[in-house]
Design a protein around this ligand. Structure first.
Ligand SMILES: NC(=O)c1ccc[n+]([C@@H]2O[C@H](COP(=O)([O-])OP(=O)(O)OC[C@H]3O[C@@H](n4cnc5c(N)ncnc54)[C@H](OP(=O)(O)O)[C@@H]3O)[C@@H](O)[C@H]2O)c1
Length: 250
């Protein structure tokens, strides 16, 4: 196996993956440099959802990798579309993952942040109601001040940008809160906004052994075309699923 930033592939016996090995494979080079790491699961034919959600695409290996990625993060970030579509919220690390964070001087749980312009998010939504740390809402100066005030009752509100959320300003604002290691769990529109300003440092992609067809979208949606080059850090097959880690090409 190679180090965290190594470039070769790693083979696992079919159906088996060791959590400690994944922690090493996804290790961060440092915790000071602010970075955005994306995590997606995708079918072999490029679908980002099955029945409108991502859950049906993943398996136990993908969920284990997701737990490891969350364990390594200071903040888990999502777009409001994902929160609305998936009833996303209530993220809570347990057992070994919490123990690992304590050993490494981290808070028991990463923070959770949502990016939104419309702020059509109810304070009673599980994202806020089931939160185990105070959630963060990232919005911009032109969003509705009344909705912002309402959400400020249940979350910290960060204003980053004038008419849309500026991802670079957001990264700086999160780092200023001590949240330099950002794990972004989607969705496609937020991913495109991050690619637009070249704010994506890593893509951790689970390639699910499914053909889905239908009209599901890609892992990015909207934005302009760009060619941001990444390099392969690892490719770990677990059974028929492939855990891919790509990092920004220097
Ligand atoms: N396969 C996977 O790994 C995976 C991962 C995540 C999501 N998904 C799927 O993706 C679908 C949701 O797609 P989506 O593209 O709508 O999700 P999304 O990217 O999570 O949400 C889009 C929303 O995020 C907010 N947003 C994004 N960029 C912004 C910016 N620069 N400034 C201000 N607001 C910004 C806006 O919220 P407002 O509308 O509130 O303004 C926008 O409508 C769901 O079906 C979900 O299941 C799949």
């Amino acid at each position: 196996m190679t180090g965290a930033e190594g470039g070769s592939t790693v083979a696992e016996p079919a159906g088996h993956i060791d959590r400690a090995r994944l922690l090493a494979a996804y290790a961060l080079p440092d915790r000071v440099t602010s970075r955005v790491r994306m995590n997606f699961v995708m079918s072999l034919d490029g679908a980002v959802t099955l029945d409108g959600r991502s859950g049906g695409l993943g398996d136990d290996a993908d969920r284990l990798a997701m737990g490891v990625l969350r364990t390594l993060a200071d903040v888990v970030l999502v777009g409001a579309g994902t929160v609305r579509a998936e009833g996303y919220g209530g993220l809570r690390l347990r057992g070994e993952n919490v123990a690992w964070r304590r050993e490494h001087g981290l808070a028991d749980q990463p923070r959770l942040a949502v990016v939104s312009s419309a702020l059509e998010l109810e304070p009673a939504h599980p994202f806020f109601a089931d939160a185990v740390t105070r959630p963060i809402v990232v919005t911009h100066a032109a969003s509705d001040p009344l909705r912002r005030a309402e959400l400020a009752e249940v979350a910290d509100v960060l204003v980053c940008g004038d008419a849309v959320v500026d991802p670079l300003a957001m990264r700086e604002a999160l780092a200023a809160e001590g949240l330099a290691q950002i794990l972004c769990e989607g969705g496609p529109h937020l991913f495109a906004a991050l690619i637009e300003v070249d704010a994506v440092d890593e893509l951790c992609l689970s390639l699910s052994p499914l053909l889905v067809s239908g009209d599901a979208g890609r892992i990015t949606a909207g934005g302009h075309e760009h060619a941001r080059r990444l390099r392969l850090v690892h490719a770990i097959p677990v059974g028929d699923l492939l855990l891919l880690r790509y990092a920004r090409a220097r």
